[in-house]
Design a protein around this ligand. Structure first.
Ligand SMILES: Cc1ncc(COP(=O)(O)O)c(C=O)c1O
Length: 381
């Protein structure tokens, strides 16, 4: 099987697997215990925190370990909402956020908060001007993702963070789950207060993530208990997964940015090949997109049918066109770009990773072209 679903998750690197196994076997102490085993586990956490902080160019105390992107987003958004609700109850976000932001905002609306979901342009990009115009005296939070998980579009985080510096009472949260390790992030320069990261998107273990929280920013903890992670995230830390995540960050460092160039070369090759397949529309913008995602459509064809045909041929890709195979609802994200329903319903997401090769891309393009040719006569096109 050739795996082109690296946005959904990445295969853990063998060295990550080794580190996780070793940590499970050797560092099983509770990091809060005072004895030798606890101290050993605590020292693993300390090293992992230092590695993450060095990569993000922040202080170790600004790193909060979580169970992944969903938790980091919930902790950030609800944490700000609950902390600052006396100051105001207005939140600004976009129509194209991952459900781990979008549905949290919907839930907060049920709890009395007011949320502005900003529109995006045809490339799925929000306008910094629109963010500015949406600010109200009661705005407490702006939450905008860095890279969109369906389209790969990069949002203007730098510009948004830049003018938000003029509003020190508005907290700026960025969901960087799809960008971390692939698109540069400058926490301080961009005025980011909270940032969400998930280890399984960069060859680390599932169930581990980071919430970067700027020093001095107060948020209400989602989880109360033993007071771990500076009181922001109680619960005994998942030391093996955190150690594995730190290893995955180290491996990103070793790549020193070369990986993004490699992924870009694969997606470029993919785009060139797709352009030659009759009926194919590429939904991911050519400029200002992450290096690993290509979203495409064959309007009139059902994405799931193509996906399963490709699977039979040995290629794993993703569809975001429907919440489930039973539902016939197109993706909220794609519809927000103004895309026609037919095109959105036929969208496939191909996401490459460091393990893919140009030859695999070539094989995939040939299989896709053949698949479309064979299926098309049976579809409503
Ligand atoms: C943009 C974005 N945010 C959040 C998440 C959720 O991350 P996790 O799977 O670690 O909970 C994902 C995962 O697909 C994502 O793509």
């Amino acid at each position: 099987m050739i795996y082109f679903d690296n946005s959904a998750t990445t295969p853990p690197h063998p060295q990550v697997v080794d580190v996780v196994r070793k940590a499970m076997e050797s560092y099983y102490g509770n990091p809060s215990s005072l004895h030798q085993k606890g101290v050993e586990a605590e020292s693993i956490l300390k090293q992992a925190r230092a590695i993450a902080a060095q990569y993000l160019k922040c202080k170790p105390a600004e790193i909060v370990f979580t169970s992944g992107g969903t938790e980091s987003n919930n902790a950030a958004i609800k944490g700000v909402a609950f902390q600052y609700q006396n100051r105001g109850k207005h939140i600004i976000t976009t129509q194209v956020e991952h459900p781990a932001v979008y549905d949290v905002c919907r839930q907060l609306e049920e709890w009395g908060f007011s949320v502005t979901y900003l529109p995006v342009n045809g490339e799925g990009r929000v306008s910094p001007d629109d963010v500015k115009k949406a600010i109200r005296p009661d705005t407490i939070l702006v939450s905008v993702m860095h890279v969109n998980n369906e389209l790969g579009t990069i949002q203007p985080i730098h510009e948004i963070g830049g003018f938000l510096k003029l509003y020190p009472k508005i907290v700026f949260h960025v969901d960087a789950v799809q960008s971390f390790g692939k698109v540069p992030i400058q926490l301080k320069e961009w005025g980011i207060d909270l940032l969400s990261i998930s280890a399984h998107k960069f060859y680390g273990p599932r169930g581990a993530g980071i919430l970067y929280k700027r020093e001095g920013l107060k948020i209400q903890p989602l989880l109360m208990g033993g007071g771990q992670e500076g009181g922001i995230r109680s619960g005994t830390e998942n030391v093996p997964a955190i150690a594995g995540m730190a290893k995955a960050i180290r491996l990103l460092e070793e790549q020193a940015g070369k990986e993004a160039g490699y992924l870009s070369s694969l997606t470029r090759q993919m785009r060139e090949g797709l352009a030659a397949i009759p009926g194919c529309i590429i939904n991911t913008p050519e400029k200002g997109a992450a290096p690993h995602i290509v979203n495409l459509s064959f309007p009139g064809m059902k994405a799931e049918v193509l996906l399963h045909d490709l699977e039979k041929r040995g290629f794993l890709v993703s569809t975001k066109s429907a919440c489930s195979t039973k539902s016939n609802e197109p993706s909220r994200v794609l519809m927000a770009t103004g895309m026609e329903r037919e095109r959105a319903l036929s969208a496939l997401r191909i996401s490459v990773g460091r393990e893919n090769s140009p030859d695999e891309v070539k094989q995939f393009l040939a299989a896709l072209a053949d698949s479309v040719k064979r299926i098309r006569p049976y579809m409503n096109v």
